[in-house]
Write a protein that binds this ligand. Structure first.
Ligand SMILES: [Zn+2]
Length: 237
């Protein structure tokens, strides 16, 4: 290392970046959890929709059965009337009604049979959907549990890293710490203190620094910043 201030500063940066990393991981956890929760809600909604579709088929079957009941009741009424009529044409007219109604009963019975098949198929399909869906939900719930556990461990890691960072900060000159803090306000992403690549390029933004910046960095006595991105640059002989 070319300067004493640099060693302490690089330790500070290392611990600071570690803190940032833990913080980022910690911040990602609630997002990950809510993503899983949304996926679980979608699975549940799909299962509910499948149940509603089955229920709809059952209602259709019940409606067709109800229709058959009322057609058959009408047939019974027509037959009773037939026994009471005197004229032939009245009898024939009633017979015509009876035939019509019985034909309709036949049609509805076909509908009911078709619906019974559909219901059976739907029940089998729903059973499979439910077991697969529930399995996926279990996997996601287990993932949520692991995320919550990792949240706790990230929090502990962060606390330790923050303590280590404080120690590093206490170990360096206040004006060095201040310069570092200032660079952090100028640069969006770490690292904030970087080496000059090949002695001429800032390894943060990868652009060539000015001759003046390069010369200062090479002397290593004063702190100097990249004139492109604002990171502190240093030179290792
Ligand atoms: Zn730069």
């Amino acid at each position: 290392m070319s300067a004493e201030w640099l060693t302490g500063l690089l330790v500070l940066q290392d611990r600071d970046l570690k803190c940032e990393n833990f913080r980022k991981q910690l911040e990602a956890v609630p997002y990950e959890i809510s993503k899983e929760e949304q996926a679980i809600a979608r699975e549940r909604e799909a299962l509910e929709a499948a149940k509603r579709e089955l229920k709809e088929l059952v209602l259709q079957r019940e409606a067709a059965e109800g229709e058959i009941d009322s057609l058959e009741a009408a047939v019974v009424r027509y037959k009773t009337q037939q026994m009471q009529v005197k004229k032939n044409e009245e009898y024939t007219a009633l017979q015509h009604e009876i035939d019509n109604h019985q034909a309709k009963v036949g049609e509805h019975e076909d509908v009911v049979l078709g619906l019974m098949d559909a219901i059976e198929a739907k029940e089998a399909q729903n059973k499979a959907l439910e077991s697969e869906g529930n399995e996926r939900i279990q996997v996601m719930e287990a993932h949520i549990q692991r995320l919550r556990a990792s949240e706790d461990s990230y929090r502990k890691d962060l606390e330790e890293a923050e303590q280590a960072l404080e120690q590093a900060r206490a170990g360096i000159d206040e004006d060095v710490a201040k310069s570092y803090a200032f660079v952090k306000t100028q640069v969006k992403r770490g690292p904030y203190v970087v080496e000059l690549e090949g002695g001429t390029r800032c390894s943060g933004c990868h652009l060539k620094v000015s001759g003046e910046v390069e010369a200062t960095a090479r002397r290593g006595k004063e702190r100097v910043r990249c004139d492109n991105c604002g990171r502190m640059v240093f030179f290792i002989r």
